[in-house]
Design a protein around this ligand. Structure first.
Ligand code: COA
Length: 372
């Protein structure tokens, strides 16, 4: 059978999955059949992670047990933090996270992939420790000691506490938790594919997550929200929006935070993030970049709405993170904190009906030449 080569495997199913689905024309994202809007309103990140990984919402007892297990595994071994202290402070936090996630595999090296206790243990450890490692590197690269997790704080509040060395405001913590829900899973993207390929070799889950973190770190995947902030700073004021967009269109340059391979309407996560940004600005202080962002949305819709170009998840998330006091180069590691839930769900699903990934190729090189 001769197959047509599709660069980027565009349109080619890479797995069968029941974890999430996207309807890009109606702007619908569902995790295990539940709309993202409903989860953002009623769920927490840990409950959503449980739903993604085990396929059903937990009962209140199951959720309490999961939360308690995650809480008790938040600390990282001193040898891991000693290793992290040796990382160069100029290194990117995504590289630090990839190396630390892989290092977990050295400490928890048993590969008992048929044992549900091992699976649960690995899920709990990864979800619990990744935020601690992100916060630890942030403090260490600034010459400070890492802050120990605080047991009486829930998942999102504890991360903000470890990062900023003070207990966060309750609204800020809830909004951060919702950001994690929104980024937890998104069908067959590059890092998820990478996780599934790595999982299919039956390696350990720490290698699966490290491989996915490495893939997420590239500028074509995570990271557009960092560029949105730089763009808003460069535009500077509302009056500059229209000329900026017209200039981009003339140069055929992409406007950051707009457009999506799947969504042809406004990304439902962008709508939720925009509402959350507004809540933060109401409670704390208004943000001039938000006015610029709103004007951008208006002008881009006028110019590119007919092509289905609308705000994507990255357009408002950076504004929310900045207001929460998060430095821009931590935006992608935070994406990873959330997405580890989706990667682990795909790891587990891959193991349930595993076949090692071994695609083919279209050879376009030379063949052996017989010398006479
Ligand atoms: N700004 C201006 N024009 C855009 C655009 C943007 N952000 N995104 C798409 N377009 C235009 C393209 O130029 C193209 O126009 P044409 O048909 O006249 O040539 C058309 O819309 C289709 O775009 P295409 O590049 O085929 O879409 P895609 O599905 O391949 O790309 C993205 C999707 C996300 C890569 C793209 O929209 C993009 O680069 N966006 C900016 C970066 C970003 O925000 N990334 C985060 C994604 S969550």
């Amino acid at each position: 059978m001769v197959c047509e080569f599709k660069p980027g495997l565009d349109g080619i199913p890479a797995a069968q999955s029941s974890i999430s689905s996207v309807d890009g024309h109606s702007g619908i994202l569902e995790y295990r059949g539940i709309r993202i809007e409903e989860l953002a309103e009623k769920s927490t990140f840990l409950e959503t992670a449980y739903l993604l990984i085990w396929g059903e919402l937990p009962t209140s007892e199951e959720l309490a047990a999961f939360e308690s297990e995650v809480r008790s595994h938040r600390r990282i071994k001193y040898r891991i933090s000693d290793m992290m202290k040796c990382f160069p402070e100029s290194g990117h936090p995504m590289d630090a996270l990839q190396a630390s996630a892989a290092a977990l595999g050295l400490f928890y090296s048993r590969r008992d992939l048929n044992n549900p206790i091992y699976i649960r243990d690995a899920v709990v450890r990864l979800i619990a420790k990744i935020p601690t490692m992100v916060a630890a590197f942030q403090l260490m690269r600034n010459g400070n000691d890492a802050v120990r997790p605080q047991d009486d704080l829930d998942y999102a509040a504890n991360f903000l506490y470890m990062l900023n060395e003070k207990e966060p405001d309750a609204l800020a913590a809830r909004i951060f938790d919702i950001c994690l829900i929104l980024h937890a899973e998104h069908t067959m993207n590059a890092s998820t594919f990478s996780a599934r390929v790595t999982a299919s070799t039956l390696t350990d889950p720490y290698a699966v997550v490290a491989s996915a973190v490495g893939t997420l770190g590239g500028p074509l995947h995570g990271g557009a929200n960092e560029e949105v902030i730089q763009m808003l700073e460069a535009i500077g004021c509302v009056e500059n929006v229209r000329p900026y967009i017209e200039d981009c269109l003339e140069r055929k340059a992409k406007i950051m935070g707009f457009g999506h391979r799947v969504y042809k309407v406004k990304d439902p996560r962008a709508t939720i993030l925009q509402n959350m940004a507004e809540k933060l600005f109401d409670k704390f202080s208004p943000d001039k970049y938000y006015d610029i962002a709103q004007e951008m949305e208006r002008v881009v819709e006028e110019k590119l709405g007919h092509k289905g170009i609308y705000p994507n998840v990255d357009f408002y998330s950076g504004l929310v993170y900045l207001k929460l006091g998060i430095p821009t180069d931590l935006f992608t590691p935070i994406f990873a904190i959330a997405r580890v839930a989706g990667w682990l769900a795909h790891w587990k699903e891959q193991l349930e009906e595993n076949r090692i990934y071994r695609p083919t190729q279209v050879y376009n090189g030379k063949h052996s030449i017989l010398y006479t």
